[in-house]
Every structure is written in structure tokens, then in C-alpha cells.
Design a protein around this ligand. Structure first.
Ligand SMILES: CC(C)(COP(=O)(O)OP(=O)(O)OC[C@H]1O[C@@H](n2cnc3c(N)ncnc32)[C@H](O)[C@@H]1OP(=O)(O)O)[C@@H](O)C(=O)NCCC(=O)NCCS
Length: 154
């Protein structure tokens, strides 16, 4: 697992170039540089950065939980040189903590059907595949919808 000291922060303007550059990795799915730029400005979306720009995760929309019982992992990314060291798993743990703290019942995610590394990451973290959605992404690629029930401490 990752040996560097842990630290989290909400993304600030200094992180935007890292996040937008990283978003090019999602290009096969559609115009994600524009989409992620929009999410960065969206007050319903939280973006967290892990370590010295080792990775980021976008969560939301944080509509009140009486209105919507789940939040989405909208994007998750780990810098190539930091992959396979547990950073992605830690970010999903943070997502679960945020969901629990805000009173949601589920975490949800959509993952490209061909994206085996991401599918394994989510499944290892306890997410289950609920369904396949054809044509989910703007590019026309299909996705699996995954979900994890949030355990309450009560
Ligand atoms: C998917 C991604 C976030 C994983 O981050 P990571 O920090 O490498 O993940 P972790 O080290 O926490 O891995 C946890 C588990 O996921 C699975 N996994 C991660 N990368 C994998 C790979 N390349 N091949 C197979 N399994 C993989 C493994 O089960 C791994 O556990 P293990 O190392 O004990 O075998 C990272 O590869 C990434 O940023 N990819 C590009 C962006 C992307 O596709 N995001 C998802 C969009 S939905």
C-alpha cells in the first residue's frame, strides 16, 4: 500500500491544470475535459485531491439525501506512476466516508465495460454491478452501473 503520508484537500484553482490534463485519459468516453471543467465549477460537486497530485475523485451531486438516496463517484483518477499502490482504494474509502457523513444510503458509479482496472477497483471496494447501460457515454460506449450500500455506524 501507499507509504507516503496521507493528506487530502478539496481541489483548489492550483489543482485545475492537473485535473484537466488528467481528464484527457477519459477522452474515449466523450468530451470529458469540457465536462470535468464544468463539474469543477458546479457547487453540487466535490473534488478531492490525494497527496501531491497523486490522484483526484469527484463526488456528487450532493442533493439533499431526502431527495436522492445516493451520490455518484463521477470521476476517479490516479497518476500513472502512482497506480497499483492503493491510492484508488483510499479515494473510494473517502467517498464512502463523505456519503455516510452526509446521510446517503448508497454510492453509485458508472464504469466503461472495457475498463477492467476500474471495474476491479470498484468491485474490490465492495461495489456490485447492477446493470449494463448501452450507449451510456457521449461517445456511445456502454457502461456498467455499480452500487455500494453505505453501512451506518448505528
Ligand atoms: C482505475 C484507477 C483509478 C485505479 O487506481 P489505483 O490507485 O491503481 O487502484 P488501487 O491500487 O487502489 O487498486 C485496487 C484494486 O483495483 C484492481 N486494479 C487496479 N488497477 C488494476 C489493473 N491495472 N489491472 C487489474 N486490476 C487492477 C486490483 O484488484 C487492485 O487491487 P490489488 O492491487 O490488491 O490487486 C487507475 O487505474 C486510473 O486512474 N485509471 C485511469 C482513469 C480511470 O479509468 N478511471 C475510472 C473511470 S470510471
Amino acid at each position: 500500500m501507499e507509504s507516503q503520508p496521507e493528506f487530502w484537500r478539496k481541489a483548489g484553482r492550483d489543482d485545475y491544470s492537473f485535473i484537466l490534463k488528467a481528464s484527457k485519459e477519459f477522452q474515449a468516453f466523450g468530451p470529458y475535459t469540457e465536462i470535468i471543467a464544468g463539474w469543477l465549477k458546479d457547487p453540487w460537486v466535490e473534488t478531492w485531491v490525494y497527496g501531491e497530485k497523486a490522484g483526484f475523485i469527484m463526488l456528487g451531486p450532493f442533493f439533499p439525501p431526502y431527495f436522492r438516496s445516493y451520490i455518484d463517484v463521477m470521476a476517479i483518477y490516479v497518476s500513472p506512476e502512482r497506480r497499483r499502490k492503493g491510492v484508488g482504494s483510499k479515494m473510494l474509502h473517502l467517498a464512502e466516508e463523505r456519503a455516510r457523513k452526509k446521510g446517503y444510503q448508497f454510492l453509485r458509479a458508472h464504469v466503461g465495460c472495457e475498463n477492467l482496472s476500474a471495474l476491479r477497483l470498484f468491485q474490490k471496494a465492495g461495489f456490485e454491478i447492477k446493470k449494463k447501460i448501452e450507449n451510456y457515454y457521449p461517445s456511445g460506449l456502454s457502461a456498467f452501473e455499480l452500487q455500494k450500500k453505505i453501512k451506518t455506524s448505528r
